[in-house]
Design a protein around this ligand. Structure first.
Ligand SMILES: Cc1ncc(COP(=O)(O)O)c(C=O)c1O
Length: 415
């Protein structure tokens, strides 16, 4: 009894481990992992999707290196193919673990990874192609089924076996419940691992994510450590060691309390509230909606006419009503497009959606009237005493320059 707290930690650890494994089993089943009778799913609870992605990426890198070594081929230039719309954690993975990131550029009007271009970028050093189920920027689901098809053909032609990882940080707790026929998961043979954030639509407070592998062959043995000093053999494959078990317990509680039907009802509700919000924003006549109907329940929208004021000004003005609505520019090659984004979670009800629309209307009206006063000022040389009236083009260029400065200082605002 010298260290009574150690005993407590131990009990918590083994209970949390059991609950973690049960969560992994439920999630892997949800994603159609081919689990045989009596077999356990392969996966682990993480701090969020970021840690999950680091682990999945490491597993791909190690598998690819092992294969290249066994073939006597060089294994020092691994790369990973993604869309330019990936979340920053993929850039972190690439930089921290020395893997080249080959990004498929976007276009105006097409803000997800094009599977054809992605497969074109694949070469013998590609450790995997990462597709996103629910782009952070627009919520759109990438076409994993088409990617699987195209990559299967390329693998056949080349003799490579380039796999797919699905970053389902948000979509992993959406698609199974409301789009059960959408094939994006282990139903597709090349999908070898999937991550999901428990703290997004998994409905747990911040600090939990999951990564699951298709089979145990997809997670190289030598990445898994075995320790026995907590009383029994415990396999561990995480970046850190100790962490609180409360998120795991909360995730387990939500999974068994809500069940499939419970999650389905909540997500359907979010989708309905997203529709109300989207239609309200459309009715203002000022915005183009860039998010899609099928995807993460969110509304991403751009100004139809951005020569008068910017989405950044709208975002700033909405703060006085207590709204924090991020505004950001798209990645390459669509960086000239700037959008606002509202993510609809279970606590964002219909009345809040309606209130936000009316505040957006108010802000836009206010900016309109400010703009007409400024235009009068401009014609009288308001801009630092310049006598000449500014043309629409000059004002647009100036507004764009200001956005750029603003955005560059706020680049990490998208999570
Ligand atoms: C597509 C995508 N991947 C990964 C992440 C990182 O997730 P987490 O915050 O759980 O680490 C996010 C976060 O927004 C995301 O949207």
């Amino acid at each position: 009894m010298l260290f009574p707290h150690r005993g407590l930690l131990l009990v918590q650890n083994s209970v949390a481990l059991v609950l973690q494994n049960r969560c992994v089993n439920m999630i892997a089943n949800l994603y159609h992992a081919p689990i045989g009778d009596g077999e356990k799913a392969v996966g682990v609870g993480t701090v969020g999707s970021s840690e999950a992605i680091m682990l999945a990426g490491l597993a791909f890198k190690r598998k690819w290196q092992q294969k290249r070594k066994s073939q006597g081929k060089p294994y020092d230039k691994p790369n990973i193919v993604t869309g330019a719309n990936v979340q920053v954690c993929w850039e972190k993975f690439a930089r921290y673990f020395e893997v080249e990131l080959k990004e498929v550029k976007l276009n105006e009007g097409y803000y997800v990874m094009d599977p054809v271009k992605a497969v074109d970028l694949v070469d013998e050093n590609t450790i995997c192609v990462a597709a996103i189920l629910g782009s952070t920027l627009t919520g759109e689901f990438e076409n994993v089924k088409l990617l699987n098809e195209l990559l299967t053909n390329k693998n056949k032609k080349t003799g490579w076996d380039t796999p797919i990882h699905v970053d389902a940080a948000s979509g992993g707790f959406i698609a199974p419940f409301v789009y059960p026929d959408l094939e994006w998961d282990f139903r597709l043979p090349l999908v070898k691992s999937i991550n999901v954030s428990g703290h997004k639509y998994g409905l747990v407070y911040a600090g939990v994510g999951w990564v699951v592998w298709r089979t145990k062959e997809d997670l190289p043995d030598d990445l898994v450590f075995h320790i026995n000093y907590l009383g029994s053999d415990q396999p561990t494959f995480t970046l850190n060691f100790s962490k609180g078990s409360s998120q795991i317990i909360a995730q387990y509680y939500q999974l068994i309390r809500l069940g499939f039907e419970g999650y389905k009802n909540i997500i359907e509700n979010c989708i309905e509230n997203t529709r109300v919000l989207r239609e309200g924003i459309e009715k203002t006549g000022r915005f183009d909606i860039v998010s899609k109907d099928v995807g993460v329940p969110l509304v991403a929208f751009a100004l139809k006419n951005s020569s008068k004021y910017s989405v950044f000004q709208i975002s700033e003005s909405l703060r006085k009503f207590g709204w924090i609505v991020p505004a950001y520019t798209m990645p390459a090659d669509a960086q000239h497009v700037a959008v606002l984004r509202v993510v609809v979670r279970e606590d964002f009800g219909r009345s809040l959606a309606e209130r936000l629309v009316s505040h957006i209307e108010e802000v836009v009206k206010e900016l309109d009237s400010l703009r007409s006063r400024t235009a009068i000022g401009a014609s009288h040389g308001y801009a630092g005493g310049t006598a000449a009236k500014k043309t629409e083009g000059e004002i647009h260029a100036e507004v764009t320059r200001r956005w750029k400065r603003y955005v560059e200082s706020k680049r990490t605002g998208v999570c």
